[in-house]
Write a protein that binds this ligand. Structure first.
Ligand code: RET
Length: 133
C-alpha cells in the first residue's frame, strides 16, 4: 500500500468554505479556518494510523486501524459524534463517517510528493493538497 508517513504542509485547497458550511461551522470560525495553512503529521504502522492536523488556530487528532469502526468526536470541528471506519480502496484511504450528516467522509491519497485529502459532507466536496515538508 501507499506510504503516507511524514509531515505534510497545505499548499492549496478548494471549496473548504462549502465543506465547513455543510458542517454548520459558524461564520467567525470559517473566516479564520479558511486562512489557515494546516500541517499534517501522519504515522502509519501497517494498518494503524495516527493523523494530526495542526494549525495556529486549532488542532485535530485522529487514530484508527483499517477496518475497525471507531467513535469520532470531531472536537473543534463541528463537535458532532459519528461512527467512522477507514478502509483501503486500492492505494486510497477511504473513511465513512456515519452520523447526523449524510454522505460524510474523506479520502486520502498520495501522488508523487503530494498528499490529497478529499472532504465530503452532504452535497459538498472540498479538496486539499499538501506537500512533503
Ligand atoms: C481546522 C481548523 C478549525 C476549523 C476546521 C478545521 C478542519 C479540520 C479538518 C480536519 C480533517 C482531518 C482529517 C484527518 C484524517 O485523516 C483546520 C482544524 C473545520 C477538516 C480528515
Amino acid at each position: 500500500p501507499a506510504d503516507f508517513n511524514g509531515t505534510w504542509n497545505l499548499v492549496r485547497s478548494e471549496n473548504f468554505e462549502g465543506y465547513m458550511l455543510a458542517l454548520g461551522i459558524d461564520f467567525a470560525t470559517r473566516k479564520i479556518a479558511k486562512m489557515l495553512k494546516p500541517q499534517k503529521v501522519i504515522k502509519q504502522e501497517g494498518d494503524s494510523f495516527t493523523i494530526s492536523t495542526t494549525s495556529t488556530f486549532r488542532n485535530y487528532f485522529v487514530q484508527f486501524k483499517i477496518g475497525e469502526e471507531f467513535e469520532e468526536d470531531n472536537k473543534g470541528l463541528d463537535n458532532r459524534k459519528c461512527k467512522s471506519v477507514v478502509t483501503w480502496d486500492n492505494e486510497k484511504l477511504v473513511c465513512v463517517q456515519t452520523g447526523e450528516k449524510k454522505n460524510r467522509g474523506w479520502t486520502h491519497w498520495v501522488e508523487g510528493d503530494e498528499l490529497y485529502l478529499e472532504l465530503r459532507c452532504e452535497g459538498e466536496v472540498s479538496t486539499q493538497v499538501f506537500k512533503r515538508a
